[in-house]
Design a protein around this ligand. Sequence first.
Ligand code: BV8
Length: 251
Amino acid sequence: MIDQDTPVIPPELIKTLRAAHSVVVLTGAGVSAESGIPTFRQAQTGLWQKYRPEDLASPEAFRRNPGLVWDWYTWRRGLVSSAQPNAGHYALVAMEHQVSDFTLITQNVDDLHRRAGSRAIIELHGNILRTRCSKEGILVSEWNEAAESPPHCQKCGGLLRPDVVWFGEALPTEALTQAMHAAQQCQVFLAVGTSGLVYPAANLPRIALQAQAVLVEINPQRTELSSVVTYPLAGLSGSILPELVTQTWPK
Ligand code: BV8
């Protein structure tokens, strides 16, 4: 007897996923929502609620007010460091162990997939736990916290910045190329917890669809993608992903 809050997974999707040797998952901020990290569409909490992420996550904002942008990322690094991966992250680790050719592409910068144990990760938008010199691009692991915001690179004096892709900045070429290649080759593409509004990541599900992949969406809301998706699964990734894995690969 299935109780009313067990997500219903279409049997033909289970059959298709079980038979697939090449699967790609694209995750967005929604996968980390159940770990307590606000998504980009949700209002930021605390003193940041008066800012829109798009207005802070840009080179212009950093040029205009580097201290404000640095402090926003320091606040978010704190949030991310105290957050834990949720059942959705762990279900994707289990899926990676079941599928011979598995690729996890994430728009998220919170490092939670890696902390959960995922390995085949493509970070399209960088990682908030990495910091780099804004002048020379080298990664920096320590700086004087007490110094003014943002701290300066001890090597060249440049301002330090988070190693993430801001709006208006190009995605890392290799990551994007690998992601597009994976989307073109896969048999099943799952878009999980993404509004499908941020490009060029939002092109990936469409590339998979054009390459005849079966497209699955996991999201409690309808999105830009919902009308073209083969299987729109309405609900939370923290509930649906574990159920999908359990029903596709029963222990
Ligand atoms: C670029 C790092 C070019 C920073 C981020 C067309 C082509 C190319 C570019 C553009 C284009 N049109 C517009 C652009 C410009 C722009 C863009 O896409 N703007 C949007 C707003 C229209 N794109 C860019 O600027 C990109 N750069 O293309 O440069 C270029 C080329 C050469 C040379 C120079 C330049 C760069 C984009 C990357 C920006 N950086 N992050 C940081 O994090 O601080 S993107 C940022 O937004 C996050 O990564 C986040 O992931 C993403 C938001 O998208 P989502 O992940 O989908 O999150 P969102 O909040 O939107 O949605 C959450 C979803 O989860 C919702 O649907 C919700 O219903 C769902 N949900 C909630 N709870 C759950 C859930 N789902 C499941 N379970 C739950 N429990």
